[in-house]
Design a protein around this ligand. Sequence first.
Ligand SMILES: NC(=O)c1ccc[n+]([C@@H]2O[C@H](COP(=O)([O-])OP(=O)(O)OC[C@H]3O[C@@H](n4cnc5c(N)ncnc54)[C@H](O)[C@@H]3O)[C@@H](O)[C@H]2O)c1
Length: 485
Amino acid sequence: MTPPQDIAGSVNNLARTVSNSLNLSTSPNLSFHSPPTSFRQPPSGSFRDGRNGSGPGQSYASQLAKQLKPFDTKDVKVLLLENVNEAGVDILKEQGYQVEALKASLSEDQLIEKIRDVHVIGIRSKTKLTKKVLEEAKNLTVIGCFCIGTNQVDLRTAAQKGIAVFNSPFSNSRSVAELVISEIIALARQLTDRSMELHNGTWNKVSKGCWEIRGKTLGIVGYGHIGSQLSVLAESMGMSVIYYDVLTMMGLGTARQVASLDDVLQQADFVSVHVPATADTKDLIGPAEFAKMKDGSYLINNARGTVIDIPALIEASRSGKIAGAAIDVFPNEPAGNGDYFSNELNSWTKDLVGLKNMILTPHIGGSTEEAQSAIGVEVSTALVRYVNEGTTLGAVNLPEVNLRSLTHDEPNSMRVIYIHKNVPGVLRQVNGILLHHNIEKQMSDSRGEVAYLMADISDVKEEEIRDLFQSLEELSSCIRTRVLY
Ligand SMILES: NC(=O)c1ccc[n+]([C@@H]2O[C@H](COP(=O)([O-])OP(=O)(O)OC[C@H]3O[C@@H](n4cnc5c(N)ncnc54)[C@H](O)[C@@H]3O)[C@@H](O)[C@H]2O)c1
């Protein structure tokens, strides 16, 4: 069995030109291109290791993952807005796609004008892809959100139109974990107070209430991407780590899972919260939880603003129950930079900013150059895999479907992608259309009203591709069909 291979990685090494002469309609464009001349045979020429497809290299060549790009890549139009990171832009350009990268966002009218033409759009948080905009996006196949959130996209409309949406939720985990480490030390040494005093002309050299972090206990609430990174960093700095998670998880290093949130609160010198914002985690740390924390301990929240009851935090700080806190996220946050951190935003702001040893940062946990670059690479790679292979792993609005790659051992095979309404009887109809070919592998999954089917079929003749495509398009359940070969 040929192991799955990284198509994105092999694409550059197996460049091939596709003729437009038959004008067949296929993905990602609405007008077909002809199958490549290599449809029936693996392309000869040099492969990754320089072998040329003869002798011992032949079997290696035939086992290479086959590029599923029945279109000329230069026909794929990509519009990138909001200054997407260079690393992401390069990945798309390396595919040969036509990439237009703009620094700014576009107004709705400008967007409607532009989006009609493009197959792929990349945005960050400012561009709103509303129902109205998406209705005009006749050729759009996939949306890349080069950020964490996807609230700016009407995900339901996108799914109903068979447009996949990808984002990058975990590329900044390390950046957050590192910020927390800096905050632990800064809180333990009252660093920001000393700095602020000196900025105001006051020399205040004190050691009382200032601590090393070595030997102290860090309690992590939520041991996911960020919590586990933090665990490794903290341990390497001499802290002992305990954590609580709703899931049972293997601790890294000597970190130890405890049975309840109370265990963390009662044992930890520093409590750092890394849970998602859900109904269950709203006000996860409130008056009762502060009461259970060790006297003189510290609280850190780089997760989401709803997780901590801020009035309770203010009270715990005033009473001396906690010796300090670092807060990066707030229930209400301004949409842009400026003088917005006031009581109008959150009613307790004035009380919060007046507290000692209280580090307040404007949601910068994940804001580093490295995280931006990682986001660029992750989202662009997902876009390329979707355009070239149909893989939806990581999509936020379609079911996640993946098949191992076709290889050059399977020269007359093609991949059918059928995005359809999630209604009874579709599989029977689709397989009725595919039945004259051997279905080598098939996967189907649904998410709400939309389902995604992927099938690799063999023994397909060149002239049959258009008929297969059209028969699928004519089914009443069809949202979008793509054929890749
Ligand atoms: N400050 C920033 O800039 C920034 C950047 C990235 C992420 N975040 C936020 O950080 C948080 C953690 O992100 P992540 O990537 O580590 O998420 P993740 O999904 O990888 O991990 C979250 C963990 O929390 C656990 N969990 C869920 N509910 C829980 C509960 N009630 N009690 C205990 N554990 C619970 C989950 O099982 C999971 O292991 C999220 O809220 C995310 O939005 C903030």
